[in-house]
Design a binder for this molecule. Structure first.
Ligand SMILES: Nc1nc2c(c(=O)[nH]1)N[C@H]1C(S)=C(S)[C@@H](COP(=O)(O)OP(=O)(O)OC[C@H]3O[C@@H](n4cnc5c(=O)[nH]c(N)nc54)[C@H](O)[C@@H]3O)O[C@H]1N2
Ligand SMILES: Nc1nc2c(c(=O)[nH]1)N[C@H]1C(S)=C(S)[C@@H](COP(=O)(O)OP(=O)(O)OC[C@H]3O[C@@H](n4cnc5c(=O)[nH]c(N)nc54)[C@H](O)[C@@H]3O)O[C@H]1N2
Ligand code: SF4
Ligand SMILES: [Mo]
Length: 702
């Protein structure tokens, strides 16, 4: 295919999807930011250096098949033939659910859609889920319950700039979405984070609760709003239901009790409510810090309750939102790679939804399998007597990013057959029996849906190296070899999108009015049905809920939630709480960013943030290696002394492999509704590495 010299596209990484322009120069590809609304000419260090991904030295350029224990180069026919033979064999022996699929929120809408279709039709398996389950599923569950619809931000990011106050609960955008901070320059920020992050540094007020106590804190803030008379009585009566039950729960969370449980002083609690309530326009936003808990759904619900009591959601210039994470974290959850969903954000158990989607797919509705199990449950079942015998991974690196990582790595090893499609030899790819090399962002077309629910074009700048194929071509090739009609799996992204439009029509996430041409010139947010009210093209929906919430009665619902402790508490053996998260220069499991020289230099290894007093008690000094141990495993990380840390808490980023994997510690306790694991709370102890008395030369974590 001819290669354009320059294209307007978007960053390959996070959900902000900053606008960029790529140009091929003699010296290589350059990236410059565009004046796109979310980033307005800004980019973070990852975005600026993204072109390095296009010529990383260990890029996967040909398929590989394991022979005699080693992965060796193979041609596509051999690789795809091997996969099809093994899958057909396992299916014949153990039934269709013997094959599982694990997807990712970095996949384009087209890939996510075709992957869901491939799993249900070509494999006939119910066992498909994706890494978004580890990301914003708690916010999705709480948002659906409260508003009848889940779209990360129900308003454009640029609206934040006009607010007077913004509460950020468990989000650190100064490191995770730096260009977003320009939209938060004007509002007074209230930041809830156990750490004094770069974001907290810029806040008017920083509340520093113990990890896992936000639910008590949010109940306490609602208590103050009610008792001090800050709540919006008219809004509550006209636009919501369930206030009385929620208020009753909050009544038992008086400020002194909240201070005892969370560590947040009464005065700071009052100041936070006052700041939000006095603001003409205000927003409550949650991030992974509030969500990645075994009670993440209830915690988000409690923050939504607060926002409803203050009359924010569905009002111009105010609202509640969740900051989604991955590049297509939003779209990736709408088109059928979630265990319980079909395209258009339809539920797989809904008869009408099955009818609609199966008609588009040209199969009888009863061919569609039912709901499968959630990401962690899926991984936890691999290789067990009734679990999957084989798995295909597209767009995730669970060997590093799944909780209780040593256990999950063992489960991956117990599979009869593992297939990974990736463009780098990730830790998971290196465990595979077949590795399929695929195109990346600048080598493909497609669409992504950003954190605002705005659908964006990803544009191809150049052809891939070597024998690389696109994910769509891989799915096509496999489906054919599994006996599916070839035309059922188009390889042209535009063609897949045209089908996705029809499959999503009438669903909650309706894309039927969107096409590639419109996206070239218009800003389109879903839902965007085929026709507007007056028969003209629908303009899309930048702001949801202004005229009512998505429940049949148009009202938002308070949730009567109660605080509960994290699944694990400190005890003599494990006297500290470990929490985990991100740093600016690394992305997720690090599979991509650890391969970019500038990012690797900026953030080369696992570290643990510790308060100086805690470090002293543990015999640790700055820059030395520590071993952090939980009931599940131990991690080796370099000590950073941070005077603003809570003395009962340590923090580790999860971007590093080997014995620096923070997920060796994390607790896979699941939220009962969202099935989100408790990434943010584990009971641990910390000590020097190697332990005192052993004088081995200091090892650097791998
Ligand atoms: N640099 C970088 N940027 C990224 C990513 C990346 O890997 N690297 N990933 C992208 C993705 S997929 C996502 S999901 C987003 C995530 O974006 P964020 O949600 O901002 O990221 P985290 O660092 O996981 O968590 C945010 C904060 O939660 C705090 N926290 C920990 N425990 C608790 C708690 O119990 N309560 C509260 N209130 N806070 C707590 C942590 O200290 C941390 O500062 O970032 C996206 N952007
Ligand atoms: N301890 C702890 N663990 C966490 C979290 C935490 O806060 N703490 N956060 C969780 C969250 S929010 C998330 S989102 C997950 C993310 O964790 P992962 O799912 O591991 O995410 P990535 O590291 O982005 O892995 C994506 C992989 O897919 C590849 N890839 C990228 N694009 C494509 C594509 O288009 N096609 C194919 N085939 N491959 C592609 C990349 O090269 C990479 O190897 O981690 C979770 N794990
Ligand atoms: S904030 Fe996100 S989208 Fe923007 S440049 Fe950084 S990683 Fe890319
Ligand atoms: Mo995420």
């Amino acid at each position: 295919m001819p290669e354009p010299r320059t294209v307007a596209t978007h960053c390959p990484y996070c959900a902000l999807q900053c606008g960029t322009r790529l140009t091929r120069e003699r010296a290589g590809v350059t990236v410059v930011p565009t004046d796109f609304p979310v980033n307005r000419g800004g980019l973070c260090q990852k975005g600026w250096t993204a072109a390095s991904l296009l010529d990383i030295p260990d890029r996967l350029v040909h398929p590989m098949v394991r022979r005699g224990g080693e992965l060796v180069a193979a041609d596509w026919d051999t690789a795809l033939g091997t996969v099809a033979d093994r899958l057909l064999g396992l299916r014949a022996e153990h039934g269709p659910d013997a094959v599982a699929v694990f997807g990712g929120g970095g996949l384009t809408n087209e890939k996510a859609y075709l992957l869901g279709k491939f799993a249900r039709l070509a494999l006939g398996t119910s066992r498909i889920d994706y890494n978004g389950r580890f990301c914003m599923s708690s916010a999705a569950a709480a948002g659906n319950a409260a508003f009848g619809l889940d779209r990360g931000l129900p308003f454009p990011v640029t609206d934040l700039g006009a607010a007077d106050a913004v509460l950020l609960a468990g989000a650190n955008p100064a490191e995770t979405m730096p260009p977003l901070m320009q939209h938060l320059a004007r509002p007074d920020l209230v930041v809830i984070d156990p750490r004094r992050t770069a974001t907290a540094e810029r806040a008017a007020l920083h509340l520093q609760p113990a990890p896992g106590t936000d639910l008590a804190l949010a109940l306490g803030l609602l208590h103050i709003a009610v008792v001090d008379g800050w709540y919006d009585d008219g809004y509550v009566r006209e636009r919501t239901s369930g206030f009385d039950a929620a208020r009753q729960r909050a009544m038992t969370w008086w400020p002194e009790r909240v201070e005892r449980v969370t560590g947040v002083p009464v005065g700071a609690q009052r100041a936070a409510v006052r700041m939000l309530a006095r603001a003409e326009r205000a927003y409550v936003l949650t991030g992974r810090g509030a969500e990645q808990h075994s009670k993440g759904t209830d915690t988000v619900a409690a923050f939504i309750n607060l926002s409803l009591a203050l009359g924010l959601p569905g009002r111009e210039g105010s609202g509640y939102g969740c900051l989604t994470g991955q590049g297509n974290g939003q779209g990736g959850r709408e088109h059928g790679q979630k265990a319980d969903q079909l395209p258009g954000y339809r539920m797989i158990t809904d008869e009408a939804a099955r009818e609609h989607v199966s008609r588009i797919w040209g199969v009888p509705p009863e061919t569609l399998p039912g709901p499968g199990s959630s990401a962690y449950e899926l991984l936890n079942g691999l290789g067990t007597p009734h679990g999957p015998r084989a798995m295909l991974v597209f767009g995730s690196n669970p060997a590093v990013s799944a909780p209780h990582a040593a256990h999950i790595t063992a489960r991956l090893s117990s599979l009869d057959f593992l297939v990974v499609a990736d463009f780098v030899p990730s830790e998971t790819a290196r465990m595979a029996d077949v590795v399929l090399p695929v195109t990346q962002w600048a080598e493909e077309d497609g669409t992504m849906t950003n954190l605002e629910g705005r659908v964006l074009r990803r544009r191809r700048l150049q052809n891939p190296p070597g024998h690389v194929r696109s994910d769509l071509e891989v799915l096509h090739g496999l489906a054919r070899r599994l006996g599916e009609p070839a035309q059922r799996y188009p390889t042209a992204p535009r063609e897949v999108f045209e089908e996705l439009r029809r499959a999503s029509a009438g669903g909650k996430a309706d894309y039927s009015g969107i096409d590639y041409e419109r996206l070239d010139t218009e800003a389109l947010y879903w839902p965007c049905p085929a026709e507007g009210p007056d028969g003209t093209a629908h303009p899309g929906t930048p702001r949801l809920f202004l005229h009512g919430f998505a429940h049949p009665d148009g009202r938002a619902r308070f949730a009567a939630v109660e605080h509960r402790a994290a699944a694990e508490s400190v005890r003599a053996e494990f006297p500290l709480l470990a929490t985990t998260g991100r740093e600016l220069a690394q992305y997720q499991s690090g599979a991509q960013t650890r391969r970019v020289a500038e990012l690797d230099a900026a953030a080369p290894e696992a570290f643990v943030e510790v308060h100086p007093d805690t470090a002293e008690r543990a015999g640790l000094r700055a820059g030395a290696l520590a071993v952090v141990t939980s009931a599940r495993g131990e991690v080796v990380a370099r000590v950073r002394l941070v005077a603003s840390m809570r003395t009962d808490t340590v923090f580790l980023p999860f971007h590093f492999p080997g014995d620096g994997r923070a997920n060796l510690l994390t607790n896979p306790a699941l939220d009962p509704r969202s099935r989100m694991p408790e990434f943010k709370v584990a009971a641990v102890r910390i000590g020097p590495h190697p332990p005192p008395g052993i004088t081995a030369a200091e090892e650097v974590p791998a």
